[in-house]
Write a protein that binds this ligand. Sequence first.
Ligand code: GLN
Length: 313
Amino acid sequence: SIAQTKQEIQQTVEQAYLEFKDVQEGKNADYIKELARVDPSIFGIVVVDVEGNTYSAGDNFSKVSIQSVSKAFVLSLVLEESGPIVIKEKVGANATGFPFNSIIAMEINRESGINSMVNAGAIATTSLVSGNTAEEKWEAIVNKLSDFAGRRLEVDEAVYISEAGDNQRNVAQAQLLKAYDKIYFDADQSVDIYTRQCALSVNARDLATMAATLASGGNNPITNKRVVSPDAVSYTLPVMATAGLYENSGKWLYQTGLPAKSGVGGALIAVVPGKFGIAVVAPPLDEAGNSVKGQLAINYIVEKLKLNPYLVE
Ligand code: GLN
C-alpha cells in the first residue's frame, strides 16, 4: 500500500525537479551520432503509482529513444513466453561488472559474462523472442513494449539509421555469441531487431507507465491491461538490480535498493514493487552511460518518500 498522500508525492517530485534542473554535469551520448543532437536541457520526472495516479514535473512529453531501457521489457517478454529457466541457462543473470558494450566481459567469463541488461546479453535475449522471422520477432517486441506504455510506440527512424550504420561493436558481439553458442537466431538479424527496439521513441510518461506496470506485477495501471504475468516481473526485477546501471549497478543498489534501468538516450526508470514506477528523461550521461539528473532525481525521491525496500525501522 502507498503510505504517502498524493500531495506529498507530487510535492516531492516537484522538489526533485527544482533541486536538480540546473545541474550541468554529464554529456549526451555521441557514439550514436543522432543522440548528440538531442536537446540536453530536456528534464522530466514522472511517477505513476499502481492505482494509475500520475505525479510529474518538467518535460513530460519530450521524446528520447528508449535505448537500453528496452532491455528490461524485452527480458520480461521472453520470461513471459519461455519461463525463467531459459534465461538462466541460455543467457545468465550474473552481474558483469563491466561497461554495457564490454567484449572483455564476454571473454573473461563465458558462463557469466553476459546479462540481459548489457548489450551482448540483450542481443541474445532478443534472439529468444518468439517468431520464425525477424518481422515476427519485431512485431512481438513492439506490441509488448506498446502494451507496457499503454500507447502504440514508434521507431525514431533517424536514430535507428544512425545506430545501424555505426554499430560494428554490437555486430561483433553477436558474432562472438554465435561462436559460443549463445545466440538463438540469425546473429545479424538479431542485432538489427535489437537496434530497432533501442530506437523506439518514448517520453517520461511512457517510461513511468512501463515501470509502473512492472511495479504492479505486470498489469498496466493506466489501461488496466495485463501485459505480462507476475512471475515474469519477479524474474525481471532481479536482473535489473544486478546490471541495470552496468558497472555502477552495485553503487546504485547500495543507495536506493531499487531495480532500475538506464539508457544512453537519457532515460532512467526505477521500480518500487507494489507501489510506483519512476521515470526521468534527461540526456546528459555520466561515464558509465547513466543519466546524471536521472540518478539524482530518483535518489532524492526514494530518500524523501522512504522507498528503499531494504529500509528497516
Ligand atoms: N543501442 C545502444 C547500444 O547498443 C544502447 C546502449 C545503452 O543504452 N546503454 O549501444
